[in-house]
Design a protein around this ligand. Structure first.
Ligand SMILES: [Zn+2]
Length: 244
């Protein structure tokens, strides 16, 4: 009798756990997680694309290019490409300013999704090549794929040096896997010249889109050792520059 009773209760507990977890899937989404301390995203249906800056915030300005404009251009090219396979959501689809925390909130509304934030870099004139930032373990392989494809597509190479773990508002705070990329330096004469070319921007966009597609299909497969999670509070505007 005690045996039957315990199996009955453990059965009930499992049933309850199943109901609760399916509720959380419906309520919050399969890929929702505070710290991203899980395997890499796979099988997602929605891609949230964030064109950096916008409106009064032009981002970097160099060599006659406004960062906000080329970010939006790239995101629209990616949307066109990815719409064949995914539900694509744009954080902004015109020249408007969206505060960072609102971008985070918008992305976190989607449960079965990843967020990719698109930027271009600025710095000393010699600096060149793509950079891709991630923080969460569940975002590492997506970042690695994006960095690889960007590196293959760009005129200046940065290789794995460009893959950087950094706690930013758009790599730590969303509740879904998220990556922020810098598709090249506007301050590099060579890269700026290339970025002004439509075919080059199309090539960059296709590289990123293919990385997202591969991530959905293969998850962490073939991506090597996944870095363990780091449990840190959300990133804030007041955090000191250069802090982890
Ligand atoms: Zn930017």
């Amino acid at each position: 009798m005690p045996y039957i009773k315990s199996t009955f209760y453990s059965g009930l507990a499992w049933l309850l756990a199943g109901v609760l977890s399916s509720c959380s899937i419906i309520g919050k989404g399969r890929l929702h997680s505070e710290y991203g301390d899980r395997p890499g995203a796979a099988g997602f249906k929605t891609v949230v694309l964030d064109a950096g800056h916008g409106g009064r915030d032009s981002g970097a300005r160099a060599n006659g290019i406004y960062e906000k404009n080329v970010c939006l251009d790239l995101v629209k090219r990616m949307e066109k490409d990815l719409s064949r396979d995914f539900n694509v959501v744009l954080v902004r689809d015109d020249d408007t300013f969206v505060p960072l925390d609102d971008r985070v909130k918008k992305a976190s509304r989607y449960g079965d999704a990843v967020l990719v934030s698109v930027h271009f870099n600025h710095g000393r004139r010699r600096l060149a090549g793509p950079e891709t930032f991630y923080w969460r373990s569940d975002s590492y392989s997506l970042a690695k794929r994006i960095q690889k494809n960007l590196n293959d597509a760009t005129v200046s190479k940065s290789g794995n040096r460009g893959l950087v773990r950094r706690r930013l508002r758009l790599t730590r705070n969303p509740q879904i896997p998220c990556v922020l990329l810098e598709a090249g330096y506007l301050t590099s004469a060579r890269e700026a010249k290339a970025i002004k070319n439509e075919g080059y921007r199309e090539k960059l966009a296709r590289g990123i889109a293919n990385a997202i597609r591969d991530q959905a299909a293969f998850g962490d497969q073939g991506m090597g050792t996944i870095p363990p999670p780091i449990y840190m509070p959300p990133s804030k505007a007041s955090d000191p520059r250069g802090s982890l």
